[in-house]
Design a protein around this ligand. Structure first.
Ligand code: SIN
Ligand code: MN
Length: 211
């Protein structure tokens, strides 16, 4: 049995097939309102291989000029982000240990040849709240390390319907997606993978956390 680093939780198959289809339907509706965009690296402007959008009050965006940030508006349409579906708010309430709801849900779409380099999620002002993730579609090889780049890492597979959380000692862990395994799910008709990550962005002043 693979031992995950402290603070990394994994619930394989948390969402069954019908719940996955329901989530997919909600995500498709959200992308009609807030189309997927191509995120660009700060300074270099190099496009990332994933396509992104967001749900919730705030969304994570990045471009050459202004870099990584959260904002209330879609970078191309200028509209507010669609709301987060109750299914995801319920998941957060069940798993996060936070009294306050998530403010952002980043939607990443990976084609089968996309990947994501090792990085920390550190654009939030609140690290007491976890990052809670849902995977849909083809499986991926997910890699997680420690708080310093270049240290020992652990790799494991995330399948469609899996829920994963980085909290406490793993909240600032470096993580990334090394590859997508094509043809491992028939949820998405054109293949690929969708990952949702829910976060708190602003400080939870005065709010106690459950222990
Ligand atoms: C991310 O770190 O934003 C995405 C992780 C994943 O796709 O599982
Ligand atoms: Mn991340």
């Amino acid at each position: 049995m693979l031992t995950l680093p402290d603070g990394v939780s994994h619930w394989p198959g948390f969402f069954n097939n019908s719940a996955q289809n329901e989530l997919l339907h909600l995500i498709r509706k959200a992308t009609q309102q807030a189309p997927l965009f191509v995120p660009k690296m700060p300074r270099t402007g190099k496009p990332m291989s994933v396509r992104m959008t967001n749900m919730g009050a705030l969304g994570w965006v990045t471009d050459q000029k202004n870099g990584y940030r959260y904002q209330q508006m879609h970078p191309e349409t200028g509209a507010n982000w669609p709301t987060m579906p109750p299914m995801l708010l319920d998941l957060w309430a069940e798993k996060s240990g936070c009294e306050l709801p998530p403010e952002a849900c980043l939607v990443n779409y990976y084609q089968d040849d996309a990947k994501m380099g090792m990085h920390q999620d550190r654009d939030e002002a609140e690290f007491d709240a976890p990052v809670l993730s849902v995977s849909l579609g083809n499986a991926c090889l997910f890699r997680v390390g420690g708080e310093k780049r270049g240290g020992k890492t652990t790799s494991f597979r995330l399948d469609s319907g899996d829920v994963m959380m980085l909290s406490g000692p793993a909240r600032l862990a470096f993580h990334g997606v090394d590859k997508i395994y094509p043809d491992t799910s028939d949820l998405l008709k054109d293949g690929g993978r969708i990952n949702l990550t829910m976060r708190r962005v602003t400080k939870m002043a005065g709010q106690s956390q459950e222990v």
